[in-house]
Design a protein around this ligand. Sequence first.
Ligand code: NAD
Length: 252
Amino acid sequence: MIAKDIQSGVERLGEMIAAASIIVPFTGAGISTECGIPDFRSPGGLWTRNRPIPFDEFVASQEARDESWRRRFAMEATFAAAKPGRGHRALASLYRAGKIPAVITQNIDNLHQQSGFAPDRVIELHGNTTYARCIGCGRAYDLGWVKQRFDDSGAPDCTDCGEPVKTATISFGQAMPEDAMERASELSRSCDLLIAIGSSLVVWPAAGFPMMAKSAGARLVIINREPTDQDDLADLVIRHDIGDTLGPFVGN
Ligand code: NAD
């Protein structure tokens, strides 16, 4: 059912939140646009400006690695300045109230952690861009370390094993993190309400979780200003701004 206006959508969502005991949010880039981080697929989004660099290209070419880090550092001021928005803060309130055990996110911006979720309660399907990892041995590096080496001699390699160092994100063509996928499946199957927020639901396998929750008997709410392929499955669709929709749930 599509909410006829934002007011009735918020009211219905409030009833569904009150009736649920285990709520799992599934978030995408749309929850962070009000924090100044562009999404991929809206007009002017990152997708329209930069073709993503697939994992095999990153591995194969120093040039691709240099370009990848150039883009990352070009975004640093944006990521560093971003603060949790109304959507993040509303979810953090419901987490503190014991209604949300963990959030499943496609985002890489660390804003759920900043809003008050314990790090192990944020299930990152696509990793995190606020630090780096060696793609060989997995050693973590901070971005300051990478930047220094990058400025001297381009994209750096791991000092332990010599393999390339990459943002701790999952690129197209890179294996999904097994532990995160497993935990996301368990949560999707055990919740009684899944709220998909700001995702175009076109990036797979992440986009499978809302329908997995629905098939397992949960109610499904989709909050996104554009239609998605899963709207027909949802018990409630709110096609309005995320901050305006979730703002009333901040601070419960
Ligand atoms: P997407 O860009 O494909 O879709 C975002 C959706 O949110 C769009 O349908 C858009 O209409 C909607 N939206 C944007 N702002 C909104 C608002 N204020 N109110 C309501 N709706 C709004 O994003 P995705 O589905 O998350 O997939 C893109 C992938 O790119 C992600 O998996 C993620 O890994 C990565 N990404 C992450 C970030 C981030 O961490 N903030 C930003 C860009 C891309």
